[in-house]
Design a protein around this ligand. Sequence first.
Ligand code: FAD
Length: 96
Amino acid sequence: MTEPKHDVVIIGAGIFGMATAYHLLKNDTNLKVLVVDKAASAGAGNTAQSAAMYRDTFSSEVNLVLSSTTRDFFRYVQNELGVNLSLKDITSLVNG
Ligand SMILES: Cc1cc2nc3c(=O)[nH]c(=O)nc-3n(C[C@H](O)[C@H](O)[C@H](O)COP(=O)(O)OP(=O)(O)OC[C@H]3O[C@@H](n4cnc5c(N)ncnc54)[C@H](O)[C@@H]3O)c2cc1C
C-alpha cells in the first residue's frame, strides 16, 4: 500500500471547507491538507451566493449564543484588530 500524501483531505472549498483548512493549518503548520472541489475555483457553491448578512434574532438558545458570539468576534476583528471586513452593523445604524 502506498503512503498517504496528505494528513487531511477536505471535500468542498466553500467557506466551511476553507475555514476548516485554515484552522487546521493554524494549529499545525506541518499538516498536509488537501482541499478539493468539483468546481473550477474555491467558493463557487453556496458561498458565492451568500448575501453576507448576519442576524442574532433566533428562538433557540444555541443559535442565539452562536450568532451573538460570532457577531462579537467580527466586531472585535474589525474594531480592535483593525482588519476591514466591510462589516456594517445595520441595527446600530438604524438605532443611531
Ligand atoms: C442565495 C443565498 C443567499 C445566502 N445568504 C446568506 C447570508 O446572507 N448570510 C449567511 O450567513 N448565509 C447565507 N447563505 C448561506 C451560506 O451561503 C451557506 O450557509 C454557506 O455558504 C455554506 O458554506 P459551505 O462551505 O457549507 O457550502 P458551499 O459554499 O456550497 O461549499 C460546498 C462546496 O463543496 C463542493 N462540492 C459539493 N459536492 C462535491 C463533491 N462531490 N466533490 C467535490 N466538491 C464538492 C461545491 O462545489 C462547493 O464549492 C446564503 C445562501 C444562498 C444560496
